[in-house]
Write a protein that binds this ligand. Sequence first.
Ligand SMILES: C[S@@+](CC[C@H](N)C(=O)[O-])C[C@H]1O[C@@H](n2cnc3c(N)ncnc32)[C@H](O)[C@@H]1O
Length: 223
Amino acid sequence: MAGIAGPAKYEAWYHTARGAWIGEMEFRLLMRLLRPAPGAMLLDVGSGTGYFSRRFAGAGLRVTGLDPDSGMTDYARSADPTLAYVEGDARDLPFPRHAFDYVTAITSLCFVDDPRRALSEMWRVGRRAVTLGLLNRDSLLFRQRQGRGCYRSARWDTVTAAHAWWQDLHPAPRVVMRSAVFFPGGGIGARCAEQLLPNVLPWGGFLAIALHKPSREEVRNER
Ligand SMILES: C[S@@+](CC[C@H](N)C(=O)[O-])C[C@H]1O[C@@H](n2cnc3c(N)ncnc32)[C@H](O)[C@@H]1O
């Protein structure tokens, strides 16, 4: 895919000081939104080198990664052969309804031309919740990084644009949005500021959206 580094180079970024800090912020925010039970099954859509798949597995989840790029899935398998990786496309997930408890897509829908269809597929295969990690157009990160590095071919979304993606989902989700990585430099100032700014502010470079699926009983009670 144009704009994305090869797997080894992409993974190496997570081992730089800035990459490790950003990865940590993103992972913590997603875990806070999901609060998954240990042993729950999670599908990581657009799993890339498996960085987040391994983090979720380390937190006790049973993880399957999916990515259309065989270079990425090969790399992810070699980094942890105990995790399952399949090649596939977010727009046509090769799994039955409710095959997973949770489904996540972390900075991968920004490379998918039909995010609405991808989300509807994620909603179909997820039983409890779907989380999205998006690149936020209303952020300093966008001003600094758009058109540069890994994300030069990515789409940067706004909250308003993303809103349209889940309007037709059934049952209707309960949506929670948060953001992180407000000052993307990763230096000491950015780290201190990050502690002070609440994640409810919608201007972080990483936009995390959780869509919780109501239970059958909740749907019945709403009628
Ligand atoms: C920026 S990487 C993110 C990888 C990983 N989620 C992470 O955050 O480290 C974007 C990934 O999305 C994948 N991708 C691109 N188009 C996709 C599609 N149609 N369905 C699923 N994944 C896709 C790419 O192959 C790539 O591995």
